[in-house]
Design a protein around this ligand. Structure first.
Ligand code: ATP
Ligand code: MG
Length: 582
């Protein structure tokens, strides 16, 4: 490609809304242009990266035996009503009407449509297993679109759906996809980790996420250095403490703690460790539209966590009777507890009105500190069974932290951060049941198909790769997904025939060898050319100038090299080929 024909859209300053380095660099390198919140144009340079990611994903999906199709982005509401997700999906699902007043959605994912295809097309177990995939635009009206294409509203996903005659078939395909994903992320040149994951709103049983490791990642991952245990913190179990509850040391006392509303403030005043305090979180169970029993009453829950622990909302959602829940309002807290937030606690409450849920760690505490249900006061030396009844529910409702024992019993957990780029699920019969998708089984009887689904965030991968690969000069792309593999930078191409001829010759030679080359024939000053190529993250650069040519030399520099190396023009092809191979 010649730069003069192509379109280089680099800019000096990233816009103010770009918070993280990948978003800033994608904007500065001109890979994307913002159209609206979470909606971006993929500029020619950005599209090349996306296509390279797609190609690797396609090759490995095909190699793993999946077959490509493309489903419509616009899908009729009826299918979503049939699965129940028309009600469940919430505001992320973009819904609209056509001119006949019929409801439609813009696909955020395609379980419904593929299951509809499967129930119409697949008749017998003999046609199974089948794995269909597409690379298609998705729309999710994210509450907080941010980080550019990393959490966009419109984005590209590879989504695959597999169909099986039995659970064993699904498990085998799940393993197959796990292997394919591992190959994909290795080929993309990313540092990643696969972790056990929650199944979220898609539902089902087994699930793994693939995360690109980066400090800016939105997800916390728990892993055990001593074993292969790895799970999203959303899911990672906090084991019940091995120690049992100690015996009470002193009597319960009410102490004034004016204006001290957080555990941190209270323990500072009382000169105690944070691990002796208990924080109370007020939640309201409120059956929503999605619940059959709309008339079921609201229920007030008080969740108790050790002061240094954080609530895990996904785990809380699994406490019996709590889901669906929301945080209680201040008025509700006053109504059920009789006190303003900041001073609430579990002592002296009516168990008929307030359900106490203690985290496993809280259940073994003694002589703890908590709110007194009286503004400006806390209680110290509080003890279960003496000052208040044993908790109604004891459950794992907190996030694990570094140093917690690993759930597999092997050593301690550590925490790192990741960007979710892939997710595989065993859906089982969730959708086949809802849409009545059956085949004739081995026994001759109609049987529901077992299903798996497998997603990869194509556009998110571009952002994630840049989070992992960047320096003060710009993007450092893995060669496999860089928009071009090599940049040829001729200095003074319009002035010097020798430079132009050498550049054209090299360009022809590398291109003929199948190398993806950008010839910078814009006649820019060297500083501008180098800065652009470095910002864009092209992994290899060949610089041609009059002075060098007189000595029979050109210059080679890798994106990560500190300086250039003089080479003979005839050596360039072999050098680049060997670099691209390694
Ligand atoms: P997240 O937890 O990040 O919201 P998700 O679990 O809702 O993602 P899935 O339904 O598992 O996402 O979608 C499959 C893949 O699509 C994800 O692993 C991710 O790589 C990508 N993806 C999801 N939402 C977005 C988004 N808003 N922008 C870009 N990519 C996304
Ligand atoms: Mg996911």
């Amino acid at each position: 490609m010649r730069a003069s024909k192509f379109y280089i859209a680099t800019i000096k300053e990233a816009p103010n809304d770009a918070e993280i380095v990948s978003h800033k660099l994608m904007m500065r390198a001109g890979l994307i242009k913002r159209l609206a919140g979470g909606i971006y144009t993929l500029m020619p340079m950005g599209l090349r990266v996306v296509r390279k990611v797609e190609n690797i994903v396609r090759e490995e999906m095909n190699r793993a035996g999946a077959v490509e199709l493309v489903m419509p982005v616009v899908q009729p509401a009826e299918l979503w009503q049939e699965s129940g997700r028309w009600q469940q999906y919430g505001a992320e699902l973009l819904r609209f009407k056509d001119r006949h007043d019929r409801d439609f959605v813009f696909q955020p994912t395609s379980e419904e449509v593929i299951t509809d295809i499967a129930r119409n097309e697949l008749k017998s177990y003999r046609q199974l297993p089948k794995n269909f995939y597409q690379v298609q635009t998705k729309f999710r009206d994210e509450r907080r679109p941010r980080f550019g294409v990393m959490r966009g509203r419109e984005f590209v996903m590879k989504d695959a759906y597999s169909f099986h005659a039995d659970f064993d078939g699904l498990k085998a395909e799940y393993e197959n996809m796990f292997g394919a994903y591992t190959r994909i992320f290795n080929r993309l040149g990313l540092k990643f980790r696969s972790v056990a994951a929650d199944t979220g709103s898609i539902g089902g049983t087994g699930s793994h996420e693939f995360h690109v490791l980066a400090d800016s990642g939105e997800d916390a991952l728990a892993f055990a250095p001593a074993s292969d245990y790895a799970a999203n913190v959303e899911l990672a179990e906090a084991l019940a403490p091995a120690t049992s509850r100690g015996t009470p040391a002193g009597g319960m006392q009410k102490v004034p703690t004016p204006n001290k509303k957080t555990c941190e403030e209270v323990v500072e005043q009382l000169e105690m460790p944070l691990t002796r305090s208990v924080k109370a979180i007020a939640l309201m169970h409120e059956p929503g539209n999605e619940t059959a029993d709309k008339a079921a009453p609201k229920r007030f829950f008080m969740l108790l966590l050790r002061g240094d622990h954080a609530l895990n909302e996904i785990k809380a959602g699994k406490v019996e009777g709590l889901s669906p829940f929301r945080f209680a309002s201040e008025a509700e807290i006053r109504d059920y507890v009789g006190c303003e937030p900041g001073y609430i606690g579990p002592v002296g409450l009516d168990p008929k009105r307030v359900t106490i849920v203690a985290d496993r760690s809280v259940a073994v505490m003694n002589d703890f500190v908590c709110g007194a249900n009286d503004a400006g006061y806390h209680l110290v030396n509080v003890n279960w069974g003496r000052d208040l009844p044993e908790p109604a529910v004891v459950a794992d409702i907190r996030n694990v932290i570094k140093g917690d024992p690993s759930p597999d019993g092997k050593g301690e957990l550590d925490i790192c951060r990741g960007i979710e780029v892939g997710h595989i699920f065993q859906l089982r019969t969730k959708y086949s049941k809802a849409l009545d998708a059956k085949v004739i089984g081995v026994d001759g009887k109609p049987t529901l198909m077992e299903m798996g689904c497998y997603g990869i965030g194509i556009t998110r991968i571009v952002g994630a790769a840049i989070e992992q690969g960047n320096d003060e000069r710009g993007i450092v792309f893995p060669a496999a997904i860089a928009p071009f593999e090599v940049a040829i930078c001729p200095i003074g191409i319009k002035k010097s025939d020798a430079v132009r001829e050498a550049a054209e010759k090299l360009y022809a030679e590398l291109t003929a060898a199948g190398i993806d080359v950008l010839l910078d024939d814009r006649d820019e000053r060297p500083g501008v050319m180098f800065a652009d190529m470095e910002l864009i993250g092209i992994p290899h650069r060949l610089t041609i100038g009059d002075r060098g040519l007189k000595e029979g030399k050109i210059e080679y520099q890798a994106r990560t090299d500190a300086g250039a190396t003089a080479i003979a023009p005839t050596e360039a092809l072999a050098l680049i080929q060997s670099k691209l191979k390694s």
